[in-house]
Ligand binder design. Sequence first.
Ligand code: SAM
Length: 203
Amino acid sequence: MKSRTTSDREPLDPVAESVAVYSDHADDYAAVHAPKMADRVERFADSLPAPSLILDAGCGPGRDLERFRAYGHVVRGVDLNPVFVAMASAHAPTFQCDLREVGTRFPAGTFDGVWASASLVHLDAADAVNVLGQFGGLLRPGGKLYVCLKATGRTGWLDEPDGRRWYTVWDPDEFAAAVAGAGFEVDSVDRGPYVEIWATRSS
Ligand SMILES: C[S@@+](CC[C@H](N)C(=O)[O-])C[C@H]1O[C@@H](n2cnc3c(N)ncnc32)[C@H](O)[C@@H]1O
């Protein structure tokens, strides 16, 4: 029988392949990233009256679920990686879900806030735009969105110490326009290695 080679492998979904890479070093990921984003979480938490219901979309090991709870909010997590789902479940109810289908997992208008910290990075542009629209559907009018994406480097596969992941790099203005096009008023755009968008679901 002919053995399989790289060239005749079934094409894998780049998102699934990228997400699977987190599994083998999930504890290391949690430790390295534990100190990050605290100021952004505080800013988002303060933008909503407590308690509000916040979806952490692509929550990873659950760092921000715990933080939002500490600010008096009620949180739910979703992530595609089953190891992260298990870890995050220690902090709040967390479900395994592909963000490309997240709009089917909760009733429309369920959430007061959607927090998506670096979780759309592995999606191609068309899927990211589609997911932004699904976030809009999950939020009540006036609900808040935070989303950040990679804005430096190049789009494509990136070899990292634990494996390769696909990243889409966005022009900040194009990303802000995509958020607006998904039914949001863009409140601010913070530019850096990651473009960060703070937005409000239009009424
Ligand atoms: C760079 S990590 C960010 C994790 C966490 N939000 C943080 O700020 O540390 C990207 C996360 O998004 C998740 N993710 C990526 N694509 C996803 C998808 N299509 N559906 C659900 N989760 C996804 C990954 O499994 C991973 O937990």
